[in-house]
Design a protein around this ligand. Structure first.
Ligand code: HEM
Length: 156
């Protein structure tokens, strides 16, 4: 069933992503620090975390994963508004499914990453923050995560 995602919700996500882009190194670090605060065991899954005592600063892989999550969620919001659903390109989705399956990612991890994402956005946007903004990100993330999880189940 098509989702009704409003122009206002889309604008809130885009506006906050524009602010976040100004500070990717700090936000990436904060995002991963929060993931590990909520789920310390997740450390072992990430190649760039498992051999280090601290979350590494300026690590390109760490930054890449953080930016992918932020950016793909923002794109999901745009698709929800335009089409009422999240459509990830078939090849991208296959790749996402296999990477996460191979790394041992399971459904509850997606909730951890969601919580870390929402906390990071809240800190990033400061006074611009609103419940509605967070709700819009949460909804876009849930649809994107559902697409990845479905692909992972398909491959199992
Ligand atoms: C890798 C995106 C959620 C754990 C990746 C890659 C992408 C990606 C694009 C490949 C990176 C590359 O090859 O450069 C996403 C998106 C997510 C999501 C869009 C949610 C909407 C998660 C969750 C976990 C996770 C919930 C588990 C906590 C990993 C791990 C890797 C990975 C362990 C391999 C990274 C490495 O060690 O280099 N993800 N991911 N991801 N993802 Fe995710």
């Amino acid at each position: 069933m098509a989702v009704f995602f409003t122009e206002k919700q889309e604008a809130l996500v885009k506006e906050s992503w524009e602010l976040m882009k100004l500070n990717i190194p700090d936000l990436s670090l904060q995002f991963f620090t929060t993931i590990l605060e909520i789920a310390p065991a997740a450390k072992g899954m990430f190649s760039f975390l498992k051999d280090s005592d601290v979350v590494p600063q300026n690590n390109p892989k760490l930054k890449a994963h953080a930016v992918k999550v932020f950016k793909m969620t923002c794109e999901a919001a745009i698709q929800l508004r335009e089409k009422g659903e999240v459509v990830v390109a078939e090849t991208t989705l296959k790749y996402l499914g296999s990477v996460h399956l191979k790394k041992g990612v399971v459904d509850p991890h997606f909730e951890v990453v969601k919580e870390a994402l929402l906390r990071t956005i809240k800190d990033a946007v400061g006074k611009k923050w609103s419940e509605e903004m967070l709700g819009a990100w949460a909804e876009a993330y849930d649809h994107l995560a559902a697409a990845i999880k479905a692909e992972m189940k398909e491959e199992m």
